[in-house]
Design a protein around this ligand. Sequence first.
Ligand SMILES: NC(=O)c1ccc[n+]([C@@H]2O[C@H](COP(=O)([O-])OP(=O)(O)OC[C@H]3O[C@@H](n4cnc5c(N)ncnc54)[C@H](O)[C@@H]3O)[C@@H](O)[C@H]2O)c1
Length: 333
Amino acid sequence: MKVLLTGGCGFLGSEIASRLAAAGCDVCLYDAFLCFLESKEGRSRHEFLRRMRLRKLEGRARIERGDVRDGKRFAEVLADFAPECVIHLAAVAGAKECAAMPDEAVSINIDGTRTVLHVCKEAGCVRKFVFASSSYVYGHFAADSVDEELHPLEPVEIYGQTKLAGEILVRAWAEAGAFSRVIIRPSSVYGYGDGNGRITQICVENALRGKPVVLHEGGESRLDFTHVSDAAEGFVLAALRREADGGIFNVTRGRARSVAEFAGAVRTLCPAMRITAGGRPDAARPKRGTLSIARARRLLGYDPKIDIEEGAALYIKEAMADPELQTNQPLRT
Ligand SMILES: NC(=O)c1ccc[n+]([C@@H]2O[C@H](COP(=O)([O-])OP(=O)(O)OC[C@H]3O[C@@H](n4cnc5c(N)ncnc54)[C@H](O)[C@@H]3O)[C@@H](O)[C@H]2O)c1
């Protein structure tokens, strides 16, 4: 199968691409190489990690530079590659960045999605459209285990709102008969290669650099941390399995753990790691927790395996080979 991934050079996209290529798919990545982080160090690290990810994909995927808002360029790439499946991941992918640049978030996450859908429909080759949504579409979690059917969709900040708008656009185009669609709602994906400055990246990189990690509210927030290999496998199943068509799926570990537990899992392996409480909690963030993955298990055969203890160990093992993270900290591996 020919699969095109918008935002395919990003953290999640490059892992999905690698798995699709290993499964024998012909893969094309369409990406504008954007970074929405503010700090100079964050941007430079983001750029470095992107280069590392792309090196791993060399010779295994075709890479086309382009913006999802540029319909003409996207149409050219689509006409030339003629994919049967498009996985749309390009986005301002962080809640903090969306809040800091709402115009950019709306422009990429909503207008960009509409452009991608329109071009896919016009191209005529696309049979299936997989959309990377987010658990932020649920807003504050009102159940111990949030499922796709019953939980209200009430996003409380701009990232979740743009993702819900994206879902609605995808459904509209699919219902108009353009192609079949699958909506995936991941949460708190982590692992080596993430350059977006999420708390998991901060924990591992600060631990290896001997810098303290500051946890807001003592790290009490509970998130459904999902190792990137599990999340990517969910997307691959969504793309390749016919049973996915028309579905909406939570694709997570299926078990929330606290941020403090994640930091603790890293500290078990980096005993010198310093963890402090402080900073200001982000009042706009929804209260989250566990997502039910029963539907993805049943219909896709999705079977995530990696808990944070193992995931942190995998992350650190890969990070130790990173030339920017050579560490003199004691490690238990
Ligand atoms: N990582 C997570 O925890 C998580 C959780 C839920 C949902 N998601 C969703 O999954 C997708 C991928 O997330 P990620 O963590 O890999 O993010 P990422 O930032 O690493 O990757 C996004 C990619 O999209 C590209 N991009 C951004 N704007 C673009 C544009 N206008 N045109 C073309 N390319 C553009 C970027 O250059 C980047 O390579 C996003 O849609 C995100 O909202 C991620």
